[in-house]
Write a protein that binds this ligand. Structure first.
Ligand SMILES: [Zn+2]
Length: 271
């Protein structure tokens, strides 16, 4: 798995932002948008030096590489990892592949309805939490830097929503208001670029409850206060198969949102 760290070095206690994309294989706009963010941080760093001088960035553009590859080679709408189910998880005589890597994180794993124990479903939670090498590697890396990482962002598609924990239950964290206010800044900056409408709220409010998601784990276990799932465009007319000409505008508006929430930390350091 490839990870990019963008840092100007110096003190190691700078706040850091984690961004991952492509956890679900078929959501191609996600790795494309994360790549756009990397472009801004590396090639266009002189346009916003304060975002690089005062913050460290950890960026994983393809968090499910085997699934992503399979969605290019074989099945465009593949969602899961590509691990092979063991015999007892087979469904009837059929051997099924893959675990939903956004149901596999070790926080209230396996609870609730949208997290299946059937290996042949698209939301199979896996035989145990962190059964997948991808989620295990990501979570180990994040835990080792949990005091440094102040924002956890995971980019999915589609539906144009900015999701705030919790996802696993229909309740809000105690500091939900803080999380909501920062997210609102992000959504306002995003919508200002070209008027794309985003909904903001918990997954339980806007979609359905589902457990084992990375954002819940980042908040509930790693203790990262500002943990969000961003569901990129569109709202369903193209769905997962967003046309390529949308890559750049989606990148621009998403980057505007990320800049805006990052300034919450860079501005605080200036004061
Ligand atoms: Zn997804």
């Amino acid at each position: 798995m490839k990870l990019l760290k963008v840092s100007t070095g110096g003190e190691s206690n700078k706040p850091a932002i984690w961004i991952d994309g492509g956890l679900h294989a078929r959501e191609w706009i996600s790795p494309a948008t994360v790549t756009y963010i990397m472009l801004q941080l590396v090639e266009f760093r002189d346009l916003h030096p304060e975002l690089i001088d005062s913050v460290d960035w950890y960026i994983m553009p393809v968090a499910n590489p085997d699934g992503y590859e399979y969605s290019h080679s074989t099945d465009r709408l593949w969602r899961k990892t590509r691990s092979r189910a063991t015999a007892e998880q087979r469904w009837g005589r059929r051997a099924c592949y893959g675990v939903d890597p956004n149901r596999n994180w070790d926080f209230h794993w396996g609870e609730g309805p949208a997290s299946s124990s059937n290996a042949c479903t698209d939301d199979f939670r896996g035989p145990r939490p962190f059964s997948e090498p991808e989620t295990k590697a990501m979570s180990d890396f994040i835990l080792n830097r949990k005091d440094q990482i102040k924002i956890y962002l995971t980019l999915h598609s589609y539906s144009q929503m900015w999701l705030v924990p919790w996802g696993y239950k229909d309740e809000k964290p105690k500091d939900y208001y803080d999380m909501y206010i920062l997210a609102e800044k992000g959504v306002e900056a995003l919508e200002a670029v070209r008027g794309t409408d985003y909904l903001l709220g918990t997954a339980a409010e806007l979609l359905y409850t589902s457990s084992g998601g990375s954002d819940d784990w980042a908040k509930g276990v790693a203790g990262i206060k500002y943990s969000y799932t961003i569901e990129l465009p569109d709202t369903g007319s193209h769905g997962f198969v967003l046309p390529a000409h949308e890559i750049e505008p989606v990148g621009q508006e998403t980057w505007a949102a990320i800049k805006s929430i990052t300034r919450h930390f860079t501005d605080a350091r200036v004061k």
